[in-house]
Design a protein around this ligand. Structure first.
Ligand code: NAP
Length: 550
């Protein structure tokens, strides 16, 4: 047997390692390197920057935050040097934006691409994180920051027979870079979340036939996407400080306010007019029409009924319309998709909807899909739009081991436990950008990312000023925060969507815990600032490193 090659020597000399080069990793590198003067190395599994926007190249992929708000606001230069072309930009444009950011800030020289992290271990003696990548390289640094995204570990259902299928199988989250030609093909798409709802109308344009396999019917609001005119682009640039301020003061990090009135305090005609106006305007702001859509079931029902009526209006075949509009959870308790022609797609002769709640998929056969009833669907391509092992999947996949050999998988066996979604007890000097327990996916992501990067950078700067070698969340703080995260979720209707990925319910065997913080971004920002101002309450510092003057 050939001898195994000796392990590569660790690349030392770094102050911090960052995992991931999407929005979060790029800004974290800039903040630590260019503001604090740290030696930083970013490890990125892909061969380019972009994170989610590098991987998710499926047809129809675009953002559902408005472009002028889906950008970094920490740098006026970045804001002024970039123009978005559409209200909701497509994946290639967002990827170009992130490359623009990386080039403008000269970040790529400190990123190692094709470097998938396979393990990270805390070495207590040396007070270093020791990180290994798939290609056998080793790295070490006192600080480790994960910037791996909340929706990056794909969820591929274990449906038997995949290996027998004669056609092609693709997951939307790992889409081939050369694209897929659907011309003349019979396509089956499984999944009707944000991704499937974006992809279906585009797939239907070229496929000979598209069958959408729906397990849970979903709400969707028209995006009303459009090119941005010069006046709007100028306005957004000139008003960047106000837009930033607005994004920082709302619960969801978007630039639009939450309605002040209850849906129940106005009469039916006024309510209908408000929903109608939001529907015509398009986008996620419909859920903010009234203040209590996410907290009162009766208020929520008014929004849900309005959307269901629109679905029935659009979809011509009554049986298909009924299947699409029979939605079993309150509106916006799962992440609400926005779409471009999703429901209209079902009016095409070449598109069919199949109810796999009533008749589940039994197996993949050489020629397509067979349902439990024995019904066969002949297919050339199967598209899995089945989502992600959200929030914890990418972290657990990396085999992270903290103090005293504690594996993160073990620490989170009953669900994620963090202090503020930023740190985990037992894992010194490990910071998790948009980690479970933070608002993250319930907000406009760049806003949540900027806040975390800045908090982490300030924290590391403070450690260096005081000369402390390590910082770690306390068990008590994590217990208290988990209780608060649960209470915040329970104050909303969101836990009522029992099959939501917010609860981990989409992945068999995953603990059912509401993972993001539902108390709102503005409130969360204030809590984090107050914790820092109070001497990093809920964290302990230890050890002695050489203090670094500010
Ligand atoms: P998702 O919301 O988890 O939806 C996955 C879909 O696949 C659901 O319809 C689910 O049905 C179905 N599914 C999963 N496992 C299945 C199985 N074994 N058999 C049959 N059906 C199955 O995933 P996603 O659509 O990829 O979206 C995830 C999140 O990514 C979104 O909520 C959003 O936060 C983000 N995203 C954002 C954008 C954007 O910015 N525009 C676009 C895409 C995604 P059930 O509902 O019954 O589980």
């Amino acid at each position: 047997m050939p001898e195994a090659p000796p392990p590569l020597a660790a690349e030392q000399g770094f102050d911090a390692l960052v995992i991931g080069a999407g929005f979060a990793g790029l800004y974290q590198l800039h903040a630590l390197r260019d503001r604090l003067g740290l030696r930083v190395r970013v490890l990125e599994a892909a061969d380019g920057v972009g994170g989610t926007w590098w991987w998710n190249r499926y047809p129809g992929a675009r953002c559902d935050s408005e472009s002028h708000a889906y950008a970094f606001y920490f740098s006026d230069d970045l804001l002024q040097s970039w123009d978005w072309s559409e209200r909701y930009p497509q994946q290639p444009e967002i990827l170009r934006y992130l490359n623009h950011v990386a080039d403008r800030l000269d970040l790529k020289r400190d990123i190692t691409f094709d470097a998938r992290v396979t393990s990270a271990r805390w070495d207590a003696t040396a007070a270093l994180w020791r990180v290994a990548t798939q290609d056998g390289r080793r790295y070490a640094a006192p600080f480790l920051v994960t910037a791996v995204g909340c929706l990056s570990s794909t969820n591929m259902p274990d449906i038997p027979g995949r290996e027998d299928f004669a056609g092609a199988i693709h997951h939307t989250g790992e889409w081939p870079h050369e694209g897929v030609d659907f011309t003349g093909k019979r396509v089956g798409m499984i999944g009707t979340g944000s991704t499937g709802i974006q992809a279906a109308p585009v797939l239907a344009e070229t496929a000979a036939h598209l069958t959408v396999f729906q397990r849970t019917a979903n709400y969707s609001i028209p995006a009303r996407n459009r090119p941005l005119d010069e006046d709007f682009k100028r306005w957004a640039k000139d008003h960047a400080p106000e837009i930033k301020q607005a994004m920082h003061s709302t619960p969801n990090g978007h630039a639009w306010p939450i309605g002040e009135r209850s849906a129940l305090e106005v009469d039916a005609a006024e309510r209908e007019a408000a929903f109608r106006a939001a529907w015509e305007k398009g986008g996620l702001a419909l859920r903010a029409t009234f203040r209590d859509i996410l907290t009162s079931r009766a208020a929520n029902d008014t929004a849900a009924d309005f959307i269901k009526a629109r679905i029935r209006e659009v979809v011509k075949d009554p049986a298909t319309a009924a299947l699409l509009a029979e939605i079993d959870h309150p509106f916006a308790t799962k992440r609400p998709p926005i779409d471009t022609g999703y429901f209209e797609t079902f009016n095409r002769d070449t598109v069919a909807l199949v109810d796999i709640r009533a008749d589940p998929i039994d197996r993949i056969t050489p020629t397509g899909l067979r349902l439990r009833s024995g019904a066969e669907h002949a297919l050339d391509v199967i598209v899995f739009a089945t989502g992600f092992d959200a929030m914890t999947g990418a972290l657990l996949r990396m085999d992270i081991t903290g103090r005293d050999g504690l594996a993160l998988r073990e620490a989170w066996a009953a669900g994620p436990r963090t202090q503020l979604g930023l740190q985990v007890p037992g894992f010194p000097n490990l910071f998790t950008i948009t980690g479970p327990g933070s608002p993250s996916v319930l907000t406009n992501m760049p806003v949540a990312i900027e806040q975390h990067v800045e908090w982490i950078s300030d924290c590391i700067a403070q450690l260096r000023r005081t000369g402390a070698a390590t910082i770690e969340a306390t068990e008590q703080a994590a217990d208290d925060w988990v209780a608060h995260v649960n209470a915040a979720a329970n104050a909303t209707l969101m836990p009522q969507a029992g099959h939501s990925w917010y609860l981990g319910a989409n992945v068999p065997g995953k603990p059912r815990v509401f993972m993001p913080y539902a108390g709102g971004m503005a409130r969360y920002r204030a809590i984090c600032a107050e914790v820092a101002a109070d001497g990093y309450r809920g964290f302990v510092t230890a050890g002695q490193a050489a203090p670094v003057p500010a």
